[in-house]
Ligand binder design. Structure first.
Ligand code: C5P
Length: 400
């Protein structure tokens, strides 16, 4: 579940060929649980029909500022005040120009002028139009007023020419919408640090010891905190794409992770250690690839730093991070082991999961965790998406 869930969004579509991609944007927003009211300008309807959007949103599509059914409020006034976001994609040079001059000659520009809610535009036009001083000035005006912008990207344009002006891809636009909504989130002003993935402890230049953690839980935690407006540092070993807007530190070993965490936690509000940190590493890293012989091979292992213990020490001296959450991946005696770790590592919360289950824990999209609090509380969560688990954890940390 993202911060799009339950949000009311006006998706404004203006007359550019990129309008065909707006169907994908509408679909993604609806699938994320947003209530989407689509407004098409007259020229947008030359490229794509209201029926397309009515079918995707299951809602009436607005096209005409004067088409007001009896006993209904005036759409541009109603829509401009009751929404969480006005997203205009594609935004043509013409619509951008009208907005920058306060014109309101169609329903969409009227909403843009009347709304006091965040506006995000995804410009799309030929490079010459994008680079024209008039557009430059109009964009600067909108930016000064706080209008957010995503794209345009460089690449092949509808004319066949190459250059900047392509509308950003639907996924990127939806992601940017989440970031704009985050500015009103309940974690605005918080600085949080999240770790993710299994550490890799080298044996020689080509081999390492690791574990089955793929980093999905940690990345979900980072993304949800970002969506709620927190400033996030994600220390990760995972090859997963990093959520945009999050500051990412890529590491491999437990020692590197310890350094990155200790660098990130001063003045922080919370640390959530979702990473599966190796407890042991090879005592020595062979400088060359180890050749196989006829006999066996014995590796000598030594302990890695316990990052949470280092954090506990730092916290005792400075008071930061204000809250610390650990994870306990167990295969037996989940409750007892988790509660023992909660006390020993001096955590505020520990999220315990039974990784012997096939539908929870490593590699899968879902997780089943029980949260144990230092205050004695026990919250047994049902099997749910890692994003939903992340939301539950942040609810506890943000005191919700
Ligand atoms: O002791 P155990 O590894 O089961 O504890 C799990 C918790 O401790 C996780 O939150 C993990 O990220 C953290 N941990 C750590 N440093 C280690 C090992 C685990 O911070 N060396």
């Amino acid at each position: 579940m993202t911060n799009l869930h339950g949000k009311r969004i006006v998706l404004g579509i203006t007359g550019g060929i990129a309008a065909y991609k707006s169907a994908a944007i509408a679909s993604r927003l609806v699938q994320s649980g947003a209530m989407v009211d689509v407004v098409l300008t007259e020229s947008a309807q030359k490229f794509i029909t209201p029926l397309t959007f009515q079918s995707l949103t299951h809602r009436r599509v607005f096209t005409d500022i004067f088409d007001i059914p009896p006993a209904e409020n005036i759409p541009h006034i109603e829509l401009s005040h009751q929404i969480d976001l006005l997203l205009i994609a594609p935004a043509t040079a013409n619509t951008i120009a009208k907005m920058a001059h306060g014109q309101a000659d169609n329903l969409l520009t009227a909403i843009a002028l009347a709304t006091d809610k965040p506006i995000l535009i995804a410009p799309a036009m030929e490079t010459d139009m994008w680079e024209h001083p008039a557009t430059r000035r109009n964009i600067a005006t909108l930016t000064e007023w706080g209008v957010a912008q995503v794209g345009p990207a460089a690449g092949r344009l509808a004319s066949g020419r190459m250059g900047r002006g392509r509308m950003a891809e639907p996924d990127e636009i939806v992601d940017a919408a989440r970031q704009v909504l985050a500015k009103n989130g309940d974690m605005v002003g918080m600085r949080v640090v999240v770790t993710a993935g299994g550490t890799r402890e080298p044996i020689d230049p080509v081999r390492y010891i690791t574990n089955r953690s793929g980093g999905k839980m940690g990345h979900a935690l980072a993304e949800v905190a970002r969506d709620r407006g927190a400033q996030v540092t994600l220390v990760t070993t995972a090859g997963l794409p990093a959520p945009s807007g999050v500051s990412v530190v890529r590491v491999n070993t437990a020692a590197e992770m310890a350094d990155a965490v200790l660098t990130a936690i001063p003045e922080s509000d919370a640390l959530v250690m979702a990473a599966a940190v190796a407890d042991y590493r090879p005592a020595e890293i062979a400088p060359q690839k180890i050749k196989k012989g006829d006999g066996g091979l014995t590796l000598s292992l030594v302990r890695t730093p316990d990052i949470l213990q280092l954090v506990a020490k730092y916290r005792a001296e400075t008071g930061f991070p204000r809250k610390v959450v650990g994870f306990a991946a167990e295969t037996t005696d989940v409750r007892r082991n988790a509660q023992e770790k909660l006390a020993r590592k001096r955590l505020d919360w520990i999220a315990a999961n039974d990784v012997s289950r096939t539908d929870a824990g490593f590699g899968v999209e879902t997780n089943q965790v029980t949260l144990f609090g230092a205050d004695g509380s026990v919250v047994e969560l049902p099997l749910m998406s890692k994003t939903a688990v992340a939301a539950e954890i942040w609810n506890r940390v943000a005191g919700k």
